[in-house]
Design a protein around this ligand. Structure first.
Ligand SMILES: Nc1nc2c([nH]c(=O)n2[C@H]2C[C@H](O)[C@@H](COP(=O)(O)OP(=O)(O)OP(=O)(O)O)O2)c(=O)[nH]1
Length: 138
């Protein structure tokens, strides 16, 4: 039986907005939007993987806050787990350094204006209530 490998996705929140990232590769995923993140390495804690991936991909210093309950299947053997996260004080603003060619902060009302990866849609739906409380625009 194949081991499942966890991909951690960040619901990176700021002022009631969620950061969406447009993939630039591989070709079958390019142009679609996702939660930034990546594969958890053997022996690595998912929170640490999230912080590492956000540093590599976006050049930010972030902190994982809490896991959003649920697990979403990706291409086997991967499955997506999502954590809320925020930028640490003094972090640089996110930039599309690796894997992405555009970033967008989305309010709850524009969350469905980008073409998310199909497999991310239920995860984004689960993350959506986390935007509400802090959002002046909601
Ligand atoms: N990061 C991320 N990957 C996702 C999401 N949805 C989804 O299907 N994937 C897929 C794309 C990739 O096949 C895989 C994660 O790969 P990745 O390229 O982001 O991870 P990584 O940086 O650790 O990969 P690698 O280049 O080191 O191999 O999961 C998502 O919301 N976030």
């Amino acid at each position: 039986m194949t081991e499942r490998i966890v991909v951690v996705g960040a619901a990176l929140l700021d002022g009631g907005r969620l950061l969406a990232a447009r993939r630039s590769a591989p070709p079958e995923l390019a142009g679609r939007w996702e939660l930034p993140g990546g594969k958890v390495e053997p022996g690595e804690r998912p929170e640490a993987a999230l912080v590492r991936e956000l540093r590599e991909e976006l050049g930010v210093e972030a902190e994982a806050v809490e896991r959003i309950p649920g697990s979403w299947p990706l291409r086997p053997p991967y499955e997506l787990h999502v954590w809320t996260a925020h930028l640490r004080p003094g972090s640089a603003a996110p930039a599309p350094l690796e894997d992405h060619d555009e970033l967008r902060w989305l309010t709850p009302s524009d969350i469905w204006t980008v073409p998310w990866l199909d497999q991310d849609v239920p995860a984004v739906r689960a993350a959506l209530p986390r935007l509400g409380a802090a959002s002046p625009d909601a």
